[in-house]
Design a protein around this ligand. Structure first.
Ligand SMILES: [Zn+2]
Ligand SMILES: [Zn+2]
Length: 484
């Protein structure tokens, strides 16, 4: 229980920043909007529309729901690729129907327009979004919409059809939303002429009948991003034969998996081998406790990213890390929100030594790490020369040990972002003393500055138990402020 002096009395609504940015409409945009107001005119103008204007016209028609124009644009789309999922808002059943109608015209044509180069539509497929990497702020660039974005080491789809729609499927408690349902049924009826490629599959809560139905049609080999959420071990057992068919999964996220049958002691063979897995994200999964080794056995290729958060780990779990051969090329390790305070961290130190040439992200915030434990990590940490991001905030370090830590991270020249906890000296029993943080931080930053030019550095206190706020000192403003 920690409290601060800032607790607002429930009225923090005025803080919200609701600035809007207006940009003047360009003449071209005005012309486009005017043209689209007359759908018939716009459609007849398509044949004379320069290729370069197709993406902007499409976007305009899409955002404003000019469905007839959308339908008409598909059979004459002059690029091999059309991406609608990533940057255009207004994905809904109507715009989907309009696009599929356009595809139907294309499929029905005996002779295609010589202008049409369309091979693939990307509908709502957010590449590698399983971990929330993509922030959705990309500006629309014509190239972005018409050229396929290369996905790292992504195996190409096994189904070869002239036309393909790449998308994702979310199954929530056995239900699909109306657009997914429509697309699924549409695709089933046209499976000879078009391949709907489900790159991402999300199953939240299990309904067996739906899963059976879906896998009659879905090509398991197409799935690259797999998210399994709110399931119990028995559900995983049921899904296993399906998972075994998914030979190309790159990213696997398991979240909120409960152990209702208390099968925790039995040998975990609940996950099949994933041959191409690059990222494994485990969040709030109880059966990982004491089973990490068996869990990592499902990997065949060296993993790039291992994220285990909000779980309990045992000493034997940490002990196995330095011996797991398939995580030695790790770029990213995240153990945030795992209580490590009662564990010996030597094995983690040995492990860091082994990945010192590859590790770029190390997140150890909110792990309850204490001074004495930190000591065992430091020698290995300063050897991780590729580190770009470290988070150590929300751990219990005294000023003395925090300084030690900074002397080590000061040697890491690639660091772009670093988060540290406010030292224990910034608390008086359970009260946050923000002025102490303000006074200490310049000296702490000097430790880094003596060796290199730091880019993004923060020191933050733990959250106040009453208001949830905390104090943060950052390099940019060089001041301490209250955040909530
Ligand atoms: Zn407070
Ligand atoms: Zn496919």
């Amino acid at each position: 229980m920690v409290i601060c002096f800032q607790c607002p009395d429930g009225d923090d609504s005025s803080e919200e920043d609701t600035k809007e940015v207006y940009s003047p409409l360009t003449l071209e945009k005005l012309a486009r909007q005017r043209l689209l107001r007359e759908e018939a005119l716009a459609i007849s103008a398509l044949k004379d529309l320069p290729n370069i204007l197709f993406p902007v016209m499409f976007e305009e028609a899409f955002i404003n729901g000019h469905t007839k124009v959308l339908t008409a644009m598909i059979p004459v789309w002059p690029y091999p690729y059309l991406s609608v999922g990533m940057m255009i808002k207004n994905l809904n059943l109507e715009t989907l129907k309009a696009m599929l109608e356009g595809l139907d015209i294309l499929i029905a044509q005996k002779v295609r327009s010589s202008r049409c180069k369309l091979r693939e539509i990307n509908w709502r497929n957010e590449y590698h979004d399983v971990y929330g990497i993509w922030d959705g702020s990309h500006e629309l660039l014509p190239g972005f919409m018409t050229q396929k974005q290369p996905v790292q080491n992504s195996p190409d789809c096994v189904v070869k059809k002239e036309l393909k729609v790449t998308t994702q499927l979310e199954v929530m408690e056995g239900r699909l939303d109306e657009s997914d349902t429509y697309l699924f049924q549409w695709a089933q009826q046209r499976k000879d002429s078009i391949h709907v490629c489900y790159r991402k599959l999300e199953i939240q809560g299990l309904t067996k009948a739906t899963v059976i139905e879906i896998f009659k049609f879905l090509h398991a080999d197409c799935v690259q991003d797999l998210l399994l959420c709110r399931l119990c071990l028995e559900d995983l057992d049921f899904l296993n034969p399906y998972l075994r068919q998914m030979n190309n999964v790159l990213n696997l996220k398991l979240s909120h998996i409960t152990d209702t049958l208390s099968m925790g002691d039995s040998e975990i063979s609940l996950l099949p081998t994933f041959h191409y897995l690059q990222k494994l994200y485990v969040n709030d999964v109880s059966f990982i406790y004491g089973n990490l080794k068996g869990f990592l056995r499902c990997l065949k290729k060296p993993l790039e990213s291992l994220i285990i958060t909000d779980c309990n780990l045992s000493q034997s779990d940490l002990d196995c890390l330095p011996d797991c051969l398939n995580i030695f090329e790790l770029k990213s390790l995240n153990l945030a929100n795992i209580n490590l305070c009662d564990l010996l961290l030597e094995p983690l130190g040995f492990f860091l030594e082994r990945v010192r040439h590859t590790l770029e992200y190390l997140e150890l915030h909110s792990c309850g790490i204490q001074d004495s434990q930190l000591n065992t990590l430091l020698p290995a940490l300063s050897q991780c020369s590729q580190l770009r991001v470290v988070t150590f905030n929300d751990n219990d370090f005294s000023l003395l040990f925090l300084k030690k830590l900074l002397h080590h991270t000061a040697q890491l020249n690639q660091l772009e972002s670093e988060a540290y906890p406010a030292p224990l000296e910034c608390y008086d029993r359970d009260v946050i003393l923000s002025h102490r943080l303000e006074n200490l931080c310049p000296g702490l930053l000097d430790i880094l500055r003596a060796k290199r030019k730091p880019k993004e550095v923060t020191f933050e206190t733990t959250q106040c138990s009453k208001c949830g706020g905390f104090y943060l000192y950052d390099l940019e403003t060089q001041s301490c402020h209250y955040e909530i």
